[in-house]
Design a protein around this ligand. Structure first.
Ligand SMILES: O=C(O)CCCC[C@@H]1SC[C@@H]2NC(=O)N[C@@H]21
Ligand code: NA
Length: 617
């Protein structure tokens, strides 16, 4: 962008941005100097299991609502229309299943890391593989989250790119390292509020500038940006109701069901009921966040595609265009550009801090403590802090890698979740729903899932065969860089010549990566388990099975259920207690379950002797 056009910030904008960073650092320092002063891993990694559902629910949203969504979703709506909004349909099952399947199992096992479950259910090898896969996923994702706001701002406002990345990374590393999970959760609460405020400000000013709601609605209809319900069953169609509403459920389960960052928040809740309730509370806020970013895309469309503003954009990146739009709208309103920049960095910081903290947790709990069981509490906490800061530096390096990735940041992030989060989800489903699955099957399944996911993911990047619908005729961009034009031409060619065989496989919508890789893990895992001798039910650790059979077959008469080994005889008193499993990894297993938890106790027997599963909300 030539300097004359660059949008400049007024002093008050910089002040607002600085206040955001200072407030975040301040919250971190507060929790470093208060409470237990972060002296135990129980406090540093799990906030003493004392959190209530409001902060937990806001932190659950903030963890996976980064600048990628703030910038990427409006760019998506602007370019392709409102089809992406159907992702909201995936939030229903995407949050109900975690609330009633994953949380009850994981919470009652009193874990400190989600991957401890894999050792309890399978073996240490499965746990290590799951942990390493998670680390890979979050490190790459963190890179995208750090890079996105800095790159977008630099492209439009000349904001110093790497200086911003450095400052953001350091502030985030600081408060995460000194303040632990309590600081991360409370900064998430503050940052989520800033996120919503920033997006709302842009929408209010944008609608007013675009001539009011009716004017915006007219232009958006004229530019056919309101997508209807696309029920096309073709799995290579990038965004349809099926890819978003159904494929999106697997994406949500991989994030809100089994991702360590979210599981850690469930485990930090005071009671299981609080954890379930916080999962429910995520739903309205997530819908609001989705609506705000979609509406922002529509307002941006009304503002540019109606008039000839489009030719002013000299950038081929749709993501940078969102920042251009915001700076254009908020220009001349001192403080608002600063508010939006604060919103962008709040989104980034809240996600990166969650990633740091969860990475430090799993590295400590799943990789280090099992090797050094006699490590003292003080030393373990120190190592956890060192890990949080070293992951901070690694994330800056990953930001540079994102620089090379190209593509729209939203697509990059969703592909990462699909390719890596999907297989992890598959291993947990294999463990929870199939008592016969053994650890050989789990490891092989995970490998097969990752292999298939990377095959299709990399294949789609290499052959660029993933179809991308083009702009509606009413909106012609002057795309400067010739490589974009040639990409458009090749895409036109692809659309005309329908891909077949392997090319069709590569053009699978990236929204199916989660579901596809998850099923690959389960199928492979079951086949290998049967080939290598399925696990006997009595060998399965109590409390690690979710009696899917009973739940799905509960409509059958009791006698049939008995035949299908899903009898529901009441458990004796000692069976009702959640199992005090062997390896707490030195981490005290927390306070003994409260009487309330005992009443909710998940049966400690596998499917056949199960009793009330209902987690009363
Ligand atoms: O915002 C990001 O950092 C990643 C993109 C969104 C990730 C998924 S999409 C479904 C769910 N809704 C969100 O706001 N985030 C997650
Ligand atoms: Na965030």
């Amino acid at each position: 962008m030539d300097p004359s056009r660059q949008k400049h910030f007024s002093v008050v904008d910089y002040v607002i941005f600085a206040v955001l960073l200072a407030a975040s650092a301040g919250i971190g320092l507060y929790y470093a100097l208060s409470g237990g002063r972060q002296r135990t891993t129980q406090e540093f990694l799990l906030a003493d299991r004392s959190m209530r559902c409001l902060p937990v629910s806001l932190s659950l949203i903030a963890s996976f609502q980064s600048a990628v969504a703030i910038i990427g979703v409006p760019a998506e709506i602007y370019t392709h229309g409102t089809q992406y909004w159907f992702m909201g349909c995936a939030y229903v099952l995407g949050l109900l299943i975690p609330a009633h399947v994953f949380i009850p199992v994981l919470y009652r096992l009193r874990l400190s890391s989600a991957y401890q479950y894999l050792e309890l259910r399978f073996s240490k090898a499965v746990r290590v593989c799951g942990t390493l896969t998670f680390i890979f996923q979050m490190v790459v994702y963190m890179g995208v989250c750090v890079y996105t706001p800095a790159f977008a701002l630099n492209a439009v406002t000349g904001f110093e790119l790497w200086g911003t990345v450095l400052v953001t990374g350091l502030v985030c590393t600081l408060y995460t390292t000194v303040g632990g999970l309590k600081a991360v959760i409370w900064t998430d609460v503050f940052q989520t509020a800033v996120m919503f405020a920033g997006q709302l400000a842009v929408i209010v000013v944008g609608v007013q500038r675009a001539g009011g709601v009716s004017e915006v609605w007219r232009k958006v209809l004229e530019g056919n940006r309101i997508s209807g319900l696309d029920l096309n069953p073709d799995p290579t169609e990038r965004h349809t109701f099926w890819t978003l509403g159904v494929g999106g459920v697997f994406l949500m389960l991989s994030l809100y069901g089994v991702n360590q960052a979210q599981v850690q928040r469930y485990l930090s809740s005071r009671t299981e009921r609080d954890a379930v309730r916080s999962c429910y509370m995520v739903f309205p806020s997530l819908q609001l966040a989705l609506a705000l970013s979609c509406i922002m895309g529509l307002v941006m469309f009304a503002q540019y595609c109606g008039e000839d503003h489009a030719d002013k954009l000299k950038s081929s990146s749709r993501d940078a265009m969102v920042i251009y739009f915001v700076m254009d709208m908020l220009q001349g309103l001192p403080g608002l550009p600063g508010l939006f920049v604060a919103c962008l960095f709040s989104a980034a910081l809240s996600t990166i801090s969650s990633a740091f903290n969860s990475l430090a947790t799993v590295t400590m709990e799943d990789l280090i403590k099992p090797q050094f069981p006699s490590m003292s509490e003080a030393r373990a906490t120190l190592v956890s802090k060192a890990l949080a800061s070293s992951y901070g530096l690694l994330c800056l390096a990953m930001a540079y890698l994102t620089h090379l990735m190209g593509d729209s940041v939203l697509q990059v992030a969703l592909k990462i979740f699909g390719m890596v989060g999907g297989p992890i989800l598959g291993v947990f489903c294999l463990g929870m729903f199939f008592p016969c699955a053994n650890s050989t099957g789990a490891v092989t399944g995970l490998g097969a899932g990752l292999l298939m996911a990377f095959w299709v993911g990399i294949g789609s990047i290499v052959t660029r065969s993933s179809k991308t619908e083009l702009l509606a005729p009413s909106c012609h961009f002057v795309l400067e860089s010739e490589n974009t034009t040639s990409a458009l031409q090749t895409t036109f060619r692809n659309i005309t010549s329908r891909p077949s065989g392997l090319r069709r496989f590569y053009s699978l919508s990236y929204m199916w990566y989660s579901g596809f890789s998850c099923f690959t893990v389960i199928l492979t895992g079951l086949i290998i388990s049967f080939l290598t001798g399925p696990m006997k039910e009595e060998d399965v650790t109590p409390g690690t099975i979710y009696p899917l059979g009973e739940k799905l077959l509960c409509f059958l008469p009791e006698c049939v259920q008995k035949k299908l080994c899903c009898v529901t005889q009441p458990l004796s008193e000692e069976e009702r207690l959640p199992p005090q499993h062997k390896d707490c990894n030195g981490l005290s297993c927390g306070h003994p379950p409260s009487s309330q938890e005992e009443t909710e106790g998940l049966s400690s027997q596998p499917c056949c002797h199960n009793v009330e599963q209902e987690t009363a909300v």
